[in-house]
Write a protein that binds this ligand. Structure first.
Ligand SMILES: [Zn+2]
Ligand SMILES: [Zn+2]
Length: 275
């Protein structure tokens, strides 16, 4: 039986189409027996209609600015500060990288020029890079979409490629998984991508093929819920069943324990937060 004791892809009320508070997610993580919870709200123009893709006011992003005040351990659960950033270009550029911060959280003009993405990283331990709105990739070649994921893997603080099996953007799985293995980045096996219809579902085959490539090429994975309500936190039975079906090695599951996840962060060159 495969073990999974961390969930590092979860959402709170900040994401607008998610429904639980930070504390509700922490309590659910504790009750599910997790050692570590990562909270990764959307960092995306899906949150605010009319988002300007060149300029931003930090008053719209205060959630990420102040994550540093969260306890590092809460109800016995280690807590990581993350975000799920949208991949926005075929070069793997992320939301916020082409956006200049114009105003700080009090509404004063910003004192120095920097990108919204860089500003958000200050209190952020790691980033999950995911494709949600894939219009920019319409008609792209496999070579281009592969470059997109390789580019995203190389962005500052990106630890995980999120739900690649359901994003609807085909890519060269072996090339991307191989690069992730080489650089210590992690591929997500996402419960939400698999649970709705199980093996009959649209994304089961693509998720399984990605997991098989990870096993073959020695690439670490994270098994996450992508919970948008606290009752889902820490529950990954479908993803684990799929991994068991292909005899996936336990030691490649970075979410098997808090210690393994923190070691994977260090291997990827990220700062490991204290307790
Ligand atoms: Zn969402
Ligand atoms: Zn998500």
């Amino acid at each position: 039986m495969l073990q999974n004791r961390c969930d590092i892809h979860t959402h709170t009320l900040y994401s607008r189409h998610a429904y639980s508070t930070l504390r509700e997610n922490v309590l659910a993580a504790r009750d599910a027996g997790l050692e570590l919870l990562g909270v990764t709200d959307h960092f995306s123009d899906m949150l605010f209609p009319g988002t300007d893709l060149t300029h931003a006011d930090l008053r719209d992003y205060q959630h990420f600015v102040n994550m540093g005040i969260w306890p590092r351990t809460w109800e016995g659960v280690r807590l990581l500060h993350g975000m799920e950033a949208d991949i926005r270009t075929l070069e793997g550029g992320l939301f916020g990288q082409a956006v200049t911060v114009t105003h700080d959280i009090t509404g004063r003009p910003a004192r120095r020029e920097r990108s919204l993405y860089d500003r958000m990283l200050h209190n952020c331990d790691y980033v999950i890079a995911s494709v949600h709105y894939k219009n920019f990739a319409d008609g792209a070649s496999l070579a281009q979409t592969t470059e997109m994921y390789l580019g995203a893997l190389a962005q500052p603080k990106v630890l995980v490629l999120g739900h690649t099996g359901r994003a609807g953007v085909p890519f060269d799985v072996r090339a991307v998984v191989g690069e992730a293995a080489r650089t210590g980045r992690l591929i997500e096996i996402n419960e939400h991508s698999l649970e709705s219809r199980g093996p009959e579902g649209r994304t089961w085959g693509s998720c399984r093929a990605i997991a098989e490539a990870c096993a073959e090429l020695g690439c670490g994975v994270v098994v996450n819920t992508d919970a948008h309500v606290c009752t889902a936190v820490g529950r990954t039975p479908t993803a684990l069943a799929m991994l068991e079906e292909i005899h996936f090695p336990q030691e490649l599951i970075a979410t098997r324990s808090a210690a393994a996840l923190l070691a994977a962060m260090a291997k990827a060159g990220l700062d490991v937060p204290g307790e």
